[in-house]
Design a protein around this ligand. Structure first.
Ligand code: G3P
Ligand code: CA
Length: 365
């Protein structure tokens, strides 16, 4: 019997719907947002749990994971012998005891890096063995005096040690702890013959982490190395945007449309989403989160910190210019606002506060 035309059309439509349904999950699986088994929004332990321990130490990362962070964030620079180590910058006078080491006194020097002059000691002038003789110390003791209790206890970790730690913590905690490495000054390191990307890619591959769903994000403030990495690795990439804002940046910053070409997410300062006036009060939120989402980009703003010094004026305690910068303000209110605005993750120095704030938002539905 011949099928009538309307019935045939209905059958074809049904078949098309079935085909689309079958294809959709595969398409989503290629997106970093498709990690349906991941908590959302993500809590990224910024430099570990740097609100409580000297930053970029194994103790700081371990505490972040035990506090509930989904990812731990090592900033990466290179040693003289090409090993990636976790430091916020290659000048290490502010975060290690190198100044107290007479054997390294002659390494103190001045360098211009990305157009800025720095005087101190630099990781690229130390072999890993030499760097391992140093001990980490608190970067901002005036704001975090309690953290100085831990000065001198921890070494500068390698990226490989951070990965071993994340594996160990994943087993201990019964959930996967991701890593969120950032390449620091990649053009500079390339210019001195110590490119960061080569050992980064090798280390990810050696650890079977160059996979789309490996719980790894790679971030950078530079576009060039992200574009290059996009051709080489499978892990999602995140374009960081500078705190000074596009108009104040030394080099032109990419638009969301350009970022969409090579990255999977964007890491803006908090003020791109909730700007502040000259006195530090919050202004009306921008459309940044919606604009990025419209491009399919994840939004992971930085940096959430409990201290008054980093909060908008109305959330400081007391809520005025007399607030002690080292005391805590209403950090919960700041997380609640950003979660309500739809961010996909937060870089936090205080992962326990971020996790508790997220639980409240999720519980409220
Ligand atoms: O990577 C996100 C955020 O950490 C960028 O700022 O300077 O703390 O590395 P910074
Ligand atoms: Ca960082």
């Amino acid at each position: 019997m011949l099928t009538s035309l309307p019935r045939l059309a209905a059958l074809l439509l049904a078949l098309a719907a079935l085909l689309l349904a079958a294809v959709a999950p595969a398409a989503q699986a290629t997106s970093p947002a498709a990690g349906a088994d991941e908590a959302a929004p993500l809590v990224i332990g910024h430099r570990g749990a740097s609100g409580y321990r000297p930053e970029h130490t194994l103790a700081s990362y371990a505490l972040a994971a035990r506090m509930g962070a989904d990812y731990i964030e090592p900033d990466l620079v290179s040693t003289k012998d090409g090993v990636l180590v976790a430091r916020h910058e290659n000048e290490i006078g502010g975060t290690t005891n190198v100044a107290d080491k007479p054997e390294f006194a002659d390494r103190r020097t001045t360098k211009v890096i990305d157009g800025v002059s720095y005087t101190g000691w630099f990781t690229e002038d130390f072999t890993l063995a030499e760097l391992k003789t140093l001990r980490a110390k608190e970067r901002i003791p005036q704001l975090r005096p309690r953290n100085t209790l831990y000065d001198g206890r921890y070494t500068v970790p390698t990226l490989q040690e951070v990965i071993f730690l994340s594996n160990r913590l994943s087993r201990e905690l019964g959930r996967r702890i991701g890593i969120y490495p950032e390449t620091k000054h990649p053009s500079y390191f390339r210019s001195i013959g110590l490119p960061l990307e080569t050992p980064l890619v090798e280390t990810l591959r050696d650890n079977d982490l160059d996979r789309r769903r490996a719980r790894v994000f790679v971030q950078s403030f530079e576009q060039g190395n992200l574009r290059e990495l996009d051709r080489v690795v499978k892990v999602p990439l995140v374009q960081l945007l500078p705190a000074s804002g596009p108009e104040g940046a030394a080099t032109p910053q990419p638009t969301l449309g350009e970022i969409d070409d090579y990255a999977d997410g964007v890491g803006p300062p908090k003020t791109y989403i909730v700007p502040r006036d000259a006195e530090g009060r919050s202004l009306e939120p921008t459309s940044f989160v919606d604009d990025a989402h419209a491009r399919g980009l994840l939004v992971h703003p930085y940096t959430f910190r409990n201290e008054n010094a980093f909060l908008p004026l109305e959330l400081r305690r007391p809520a005025d210019a007399t607030a002690d910068p080292a005391l805590y303000g209403d950090a919960f209110a700041e997380y609640a606002q950003f979660f309500a605005l739809g961010v996909d993750g937060v870089f936090s120095d205080n992962p326990d506060t971020a996790v508790e704030a997220r639980a409240e938002v999720l519980a409220a539905g």
